[in-house]
Design a protein around this ligand. Structure first.
Ligand code: ATP
Ligand code: MG
Length: 272
């Protein structure tokens, strides 16, 4: 199972939209996909896929709690929701925020981890995904925008990280900051972590700014990191996705956004 973290230290750049539509595209290609919601906030992948997060009784929060209390990630099957053929969701809701606080407390007090379970607070997600290694071909991790215990867990668990960048210069600060975090994670906890690539999102091909930003990205980062050829256009159909509860392939299959996410999945599967 390849684990791909969708990360960027900036809000609203299209992380969740990318996590949902990449997962859907991989599943449509016959790959078995688990989309893991790592974000306790409103507007997470759970909401995008049509669920009321607050109405869910069993979520990733219960799985993490079980791991911390019992040393085994019980409840994964109970929490997982079948979304479509080949496509499962491990959902999250605001209770995950409390779990994050628990992880931070455990980290600072170094209490039960070294003794009972042996699992470090930054390795919780890695341990959970280890349990479903044989069941899926891909795990796609939808991260929160902050550099937090949850986003760090995702980078520690991941094989690669995909960086959505909205075509604005201010996103570069976030990109540089995120790259810095990735390097620190590589040095300390996950030396094999790869960068899957940069995906330009919310792209308006008619504006000069967008074209400049695209050129800037390819010139400044393209030598070190893959910049996916197809940018995701800014579109009403994409903006509607958070309220319709399906992927772009159901909502607007002939759109340029569907094409871009299809090409992204091909790039991920075949490394092109
Ligand atoms: N290509 C697009 N065109 C138009 N709107 C988009 C596009 N991609 C995402 N959006 C909209 O922009 C908003 C932010 O997108 P999304 O939630 O995917 O970003 P995010 O990085 O996950 O945000 P957060 O950091 O809050 O988790 C949402 O309302 C979404 O519907
Ligand atoms: Mg999000």
């Amino acid at each position: 199972m390849k684990k791909i973290s969708i990360s960027m230290a900036k809000g609203g750049v299209g992380k969740t939209s990318t996590a949902v539509n990449l997962s859907a595209a991989l599943a449509k290609s016959g790959k078995r996909v688990l989309l893991v919601d790592c974000d306790p906030q409103q507007g997470n992948a759970t909401l995008f896929l049509g669920h009321n997060p607050n109405g869910l009784k069993i979520t990733i929060a219960n799985v993490i709690n079980a791991l911390l209390d019992l040393g085994a990630p019980n409840f994964i099957n109970e929490a997982t929701i079948r979304q479509a053929e080949n496509f499962d969701l491990l959902p999250a809701n605001p209770k995950l925020e409390a779990i994050q606080n628990r992880l931070i407390a455990e980290k600072s007090s170094a209490s039960i981890f070294s003794g009972e379970t042996g699992i470090q607070p930054h390795e919780v997600l890695k341990a959970i995904l280890g349990e479903v290694e044989e069941k899926y071909d891909y795990a796609v991790l939808d991260c929160p925008p902050s550099i937090s215990m949850l986003s760090i867990n995702a980078l520690v668990a991941a094989d690669s990280v995909l960086l959505p960048v909205e075509a604005h210069y201010e996103c570069y600060e976030a990109l540089v900051q995120t790259m810095d975090v990735i390097n620190r994670i590589k040095m300390n906890w996950n030396p094999d972590l790869q960068i899957e690539g940069i995906l330009l999102t919310k792209y308006q091909s008619r504006t000069r700014l967008c074209r400049e930003v695209s050129d800037y990205t390819r010139n400044n980062f393209g030598t070190k990191v893959k910049v996916f050829e197809y940018a995701v256009p800014s579109s009403i159909r994409m903006a509607e996705l958070s309220s319709v509860g399906v992927s772009i392939f159901e909502h607007s299959p002939d759109s340029e956004a569907a094409l871009a996410y299809g090409k992204l999945a091909e790039g991920v599967m075949w490394n092109v």
